[in-house]
Each structure stands twice: as C-alpha cells, then as structure tokens.
Design a protein around this ligand. Structure first.
Ligand code: MN
Length: 725
C-alpha cells in the first residue's frame, strides 16, 4: 500500500468499499449500526490532527477488514474507544451487539488503559494481563494492533515526548507481539514508524539510501526475470516472483547493531518465489543454486524447522553474475499468507489454513509462558522472558546426527541440551562445539554442531545454571528437576536463604508471630504451607529479591500495630533522592506530597505508587495510608524516607535494669562515648529493693547496630536486663 493511502483520512464510505472489496460475507446492517453508534458517541470530538475523531475507529475497522477478521471484530473496532472516551458503557454495547462484541471492546479498552513505560513491576503485570487477554481471544490483540498501527501512522501531530513514548512502547511491546503472532507486515510497519520517531536521522539516512539505489532495483528486477524464464523452461512456470526490499528497521538493526555498512547487508534486496507445493520449493532451490553461486552458511531451511512463530520458507543468499549478493526466499502460497498475516491468516484464508489447530499452535506460546509463570508469581521475570524471547534473531545449531535446534540469540550449550530433552540437560557434564571442548556456558552460534557430553543418570543440573541459561524452557526444566528431586534440600536451602535475606534487610519478625507470618506469606504466593514456600525459593521458582518487597510490606503492617519507629529503621538500599525523599526501589521517581496529611521532614512517611503521577508521599500515621495498606492496593505502598536522614542515625530508646552500684551510670556513658553513639537522653532511678533502672536514648544506624550496642551494654557489670522501648 502506498504511504498516501495508508495515512489518508478514512470515511465510512471507504469502510463500506473495503468490506465489499474483501468479498467476504459481512453483516452490513450490524456494521452500519455500529458506525452510527460510534459517530454519535464521538460527535464533537476531534483528533489532534483536526479530523473528526470517528475517522480513527473507521480507519481501525478498515485495517481489521484488511486482516480478514469477522463482523464482530469490525464492530468492535468501530466501538473500540467509546467505552473509554464517551458516555457509552460496556452494557450499552452488550445490549446493542451482544456479549461477544462487548467482550472484544472491553478487552481492547483494558489494553488501551495499560501503559508499558512505568515501573518495571507494574509494566510486567500489565504485560501478563495483556497476554492473558490474548490467550482468551486473540482478536482483542489483533484489533489493538490495528489501533496502534493507525495511531502510529497518524502520530506526526503528537508532541515530541508522546511520539517517543508511544514509539518505544510500540517497539518494545506491540511490534514483538505482532512478530510473535507471525504478522510480518504489521510488525515491520510498526517498527519502521517507531524508528522514524525514535531516530529520525537514522531512519532518513536509510530511506535515502534505498530511494537513491535505483540501480539495485533494476538489478533485482533483471534477476527476477531470469529466474522466471528458467523456472518456466523447467516446467515450473506456475509461480509468482516478487521483488522484496528489507524494512528500514531491519536494515537499521544490521547497520547499527552488527556495525555493518549499508553495502555490507546482503539481504536488503531479495527475490521471493511463491510456488504451489513444498516439493516445487526444494526443486526451485536446486535451480537457484545451479544458476547462481550460493554463499555457504547463508542457507536456512525454515520449512523443515519453522521459526517459533510458525514462519516457513527457504532462504538462501547467492551471488549474482555481477558479483552482487542477494537473498532468495522460496515458499508456497500458504506459507506466504501465513508469513504476511500470521495469526490473522486463520480468518483471511480460512479455506487454505487448517483452521483451529493452527490458531491454537500460534498462541500456544502465550499459554506456555503464562503457565510457566503461574507458580513463580514473578511478573518481572515474565517481562524479561517476553522481551528476550521476542527478540527476532534466532540461532540454528545442529546435533551430531544433523537435527536442527532453533534457539534464541544468546542461548548457551545448556539451553541446547535442554532443547533436545530434559534428560539430556539434566545429565550434561560438558559440551563440544564443532568437535572442540567448550565451556557449558558457550554461546551457541548458527551453524555449529553441538555435542552434549552426558554423565551418569542421576547427575542432575547445577543451581548456577539458572543464572546462565537464556531460554525459559531450560530454566523451567532445571527448576522442575530441583523441585522434584531435591525436596528436602530445597526446603533447607530456601529457608536458609530467606532467613539470611531477612537478616540482611533487618526484618525481625517476632518469634510468636513468625509461623503465622510465613503461613500467610505462603498463601499469598498461592502455596499451601511455609515448607512449600521455602521449597519454591530453594528451587528458584520464587525470586527472593521480589519476595522481599512483599515481605517488607507485610512487615511494615505488622509493626505499624505497635511501633512505627521500627518500620522506619528498615533500611533502604536505593539512594537517589527525588524532592528530598527516597522511595524504595525507585530511582528518580516523581514525588508529590499527599494533601490529606502534608508530611513534613522528620515525619514517618510511606509512598503510594499512583497511576500515572509518580509516588505520593503520606505520613505513616495518615488514615489513608493505614486503610490503604489493608486494602487491595496494598502492594502499591512502598517504603519511603527523607533523603537528608541518610547520614543521620535513628533514635532508639533502651530501658536498662541493673543491680544498683557506684559508677554504673559512668560505665554506661563511657561505653556510649567509646562507640561514638549520639546520646539524646539518659536518666537513672533507684528502685527500693537495691535495684536501678536507666533510660537511654541513643542514635543507631539500624537494628543490627542497635543489637551490637545492646550486647556490649550487657557485658557491663550488674546490668541484668535491657529492653527496647
Ligand atoms: Mn484508538
């Protein structure tokens, strides 16, 4: 499609035309009713560019028709912004168009409300919700992709910051999802348009190089013609040959990330040959390799080993008679449709695609990812995995028997072993790449023959591997092994690790509350007992650092009941202050002070991660904070403190009981001086029975420090007991 047509303002007449042109049986009346509802609802609203707002849902609906989706999807596309932006409710939509449409609109509305540029934890949680929505009904995601595509097509009027934010989000989340759904056209356009906002100069340079390269264009046209003639001579004339230019972003990646010049990129120009059968594809490959000299190691057979997104094709790079290399892609019609429309080919080419299985295959990875994440309850991990697994570069390596193993870039020999079979991974003791011994964390390169050396049956993986492997498949298999084989060991290891982490964070849960605290924590992680919780930590299913955030929240709540000062003494590791306040785990966050309680420096404070406006700081004693901590939004409360208290110590009061004697007070005072502790108050009183009691207020750095002071004090003669007050 020409750029002009892509960005032209769409009217309802255009949509009607697109529907007619599609030749598919749409329910015209229902679509018209949806259009009228959208038009009325958005009446008076304008887009930033000045057109009527309704032109946007119409354009999205046109894209949905182009993808070949059904009537309900077109209706949902027309109504996708009404619940969010107008008075119309989800119930209104359900009443008018039924629950299928209402669910689609709700799904798209929810996706629209999510942002992926905020706190990582929150971002990850959003991503998980998005994938869940997608696994229920992939049409929701397809409509959302059309929405984002149209917004990116028409985003030139956005302010600079919004352009960048949207572009980054598109690049990091939506384009990878389009890729993973196999929709190469949508993916490439999303990437190119994002790049145009993120690096306008880089984009322009490549675009210029492509337009200036008219010679290359006629070169590739000449090649296409020669191939057509040769195939016709050999009885394979019933084929389509297309010229293909690599996407701007595809070139950009190779130029900037692999540090190559424009001329060094072999596959800027490609010839695509589309045939009727798989057999013809391999025959045509033979013909091409006979006509031109193939570059070794540049041949990829994605027919026998499809990409994870089910992309199938033969790729080879050959050198033309002029000495210029170019890529040839060979595939069947069905493969071509699947490559361009991905998941959507299910609707668009129902006849050609064995419908349901294929669709299930395509979103199986979503379910798998969610499944593997369910136990860990670790949203950050999920984000990391999505981002790393969606990276488009794959490597292909071989087993000594010649089987191809497809791995994401950065995968190690361990990943390779687990990709063959979990039994191979679990018994792995070493690896060879092309016959040479390599370390087991060797990064697998395309074309390598990897031989996994295995040890005895009961060998088992090493826990360190969890930090080495690059695929979630390997990570899950390793965790599963530990989970199954080493239950006792996991519990012991997990318990020890948790206790160590508690000490490191100065979380001292009172002994009488310990069991209930752990049982509650386990329940929150959807585990039955504290033992299961320890075991999960032990085998790596739960990440301690993330669990600690929840523990500290709980702990704060526990302490709030009796001694707010102690909560403050939980140290905070990040040391970047915003507005004089340090918020745990968030650097440089935007901070505002809650109007309900107006906290002042010195007050005990706590932060609340708002939706979209940074962190709002409350007093710990603020009623909003206390009720909030008990409510559903408890996880969004975070520890915070005043920045200038970094060097200050915390006040702590001790009550000392002793047998009265001369010089007792002096001994205590000397010790305080020796330990260089600030002393704020000291008082002593004689008791009738020859005993004495002292009250002491000193400054300490943290509870650990305080405990040291207490144990030194205990050594002073005649002191019998020391209590914190
Ligand atoms: Mn929209």
């Amino acid at each position: 499609m020409e750029e002009k047509e892509k960005t032209a303002v769409k009217t309802y007449a255009d949509l009607k035309q697109a529907i007619v042109d599609s030749g598919r049986p749409y329910d015209h009346d229902a679509i018209e009713r949806a259009y009228l509802m959208a038009e009325k609802a958005h009446a008076g609203q304008k887009r930033l560019s000045g057109e009527l707002y309704v032109s946007h849902p119409i354009a999205v609906a046109c894209l949905v028709v182009d993808l070949g989706l059904d009537t309900n999807s077109v209706i949902a596309a027309l109504l996708h912004d009404v619940v969010e932006d107008t008075d119309i409710t989800s119930d209104d939509v359900r009443a008018a168009f039924g629950s299928d449409v209402a669910l689609l609109v709700d799904g798209v509305t929810k996706l629209t409300q999510m942002t992926f540029s905020s706190v990582e934890e929150q971002q990850a949680e959003n991503l998980r919700k998005m994938l869940l929505a997608m696994s229920h009904d992939v049409r929701v995601m397809l409509i959302k992709l059309c929405d984002r595509l149209h917004n990116m097509r028409t985003g030139d009027g956005w302010p600079e910051q919004k352009r960048r934010d949207k572009a980054l989000e598109t690049m990091e989340v939506y384009a990878p999802i389009a890729h993973r759904l196999g929709m190469s056209n949508v993916k490439e356009e999303l990437e190119d348009r994002s790049l145009r906002y993120l690096d306008p100069v880089g984009y322009q340079d490549i675009n210029d190089a492509l337009t200036k390269n008219g010679a290359a264009d006629s070169f590739i046209a000449g090649i296409a013609e020669k191939i057509r003639e040769r195939l016709a001579e050999l009885g394979m004339g019933d084929c389509t040959i297309k010229k293909r230019v690599k996407s701007v972003y595809g070139i950009y990646r190779k130029m900037y990330m692999q540090n190559r010049s424009f001329e060094e990129i072999y596959d800027v120009y490609a010839v695509r040959i589309i045939l009727n059968t798989v057999g013809e594809c391999y025959n045509a490959l033979g013909v091409i390799h006979d006509m031109y000299h193939p570059i070794p190691s540049r041949f990829k057979d994605y027919i026998s080993t499809p990409k994870p997104n089910l992309y199938k094709s033969l790729h080879t790079t050959v050198i033309g008679h002029e000495g210029i290399p170019f890529e040839v892609q060979i595939r069947t019609w069905e493969m071509d449709q699947t490559a361009e429309y991905g998941v959507a080919a299910h609707w668009k080419y129902k006849a050609g695609v064995s419908a349901k299985d294929k669709l299930d295959d395509r979103i199986a990875w979503v379910r798998q990812l969610l499944e593997s994440q369910r136990e860990s309850d670790d949203a950050g991990d999920l984000l990391h995995e999505i981002k790393s697994e969606l990276l488009p570069e794959d490597v292909f390596a071989f087993t000594p028997r010649g089987d191809v193993i497809n791995l994401p870039a950065g995968a190690t020999a361990i990943d390779f072993a687990y990709a063959i079979h979990s039994a191979v991974g679990n018994r792995m003791v070493g690896a060879k790449a092309n016959g040479r011994i390599v370390p087991i964390d060797h990064k697998v390169a395309t074309g390598e023959i990897i031989e996994v050396i295995t040890g005895p049956q009961d060998k088992g993986p090493s826990r360190d591997w969890l930090n080495i492997v690059a695929t979630s498949e390997a990570r899950n298999k390793i965790r599963n092994w530990f989970k199954k084989e080493r239950k006792e060991e996991n519990i012991a290891e997990g318990k020890a690790a948790l206790e160590k982490e508690l000490r490191r964070n100065l979380v001292t849960i009172p002994a009488e509350k310990y069991d209930a605290f752990m049982a509650d924590l386990a329940r929150r992680q959807r585990l039955n007992t504290p033992e299961e919780l320890y075991a999960a930590i032990g085998y790596g299913g739960l990440q301690l650092s993330r669990l600690m955030i929840k523990i500290k929240d709980e702990y704060a709540r526990l302490l709030k009941e009796k001694d707010p000062a102690e909560v403050l003494s939980v140290p905070i590791k990040k040391h970047k202050a915003s507005e004089g306040v340090i918020v745990e785990g968030l650097d440089n966050c935007v901070v505002k002070f809650a109007k309900c309680c107006n906290p002042l420096p010195g007050d005990d404070i706590i932060g609340f991660i708002t939706r979209g406006f940074g962190v709002s700081i409350h007093k710990r004693s603020c009623p909003n904070a206390s009720s909030g901590l008990l409510g559903e939004e408890a996880p969004r409360w975070v520890s915070a403190r005043w920045a200038d208290s970094v060097k200050e110590s915390f006040k702590s009061s001790l009550e000392i009981s002793a047998m009265d004697r001369d010089g007792l007070m002096a001994d205590v005072a000397v010790l305080i001086a020796e330990m260089h502790l600030p002393c704020y108050a000291i008082s002593a009183r004689q008791l009738p029975d020859g005993r004495a009691t002292m009250t002491l207020t000193i400054g300490v750095n943290n509870t650990e420090h305080l405990n040291t002071v207490i144990s030194r004090l205990r050594k002073i003669k005649s002191i019998t007991n020391i209590n914190r007050v």
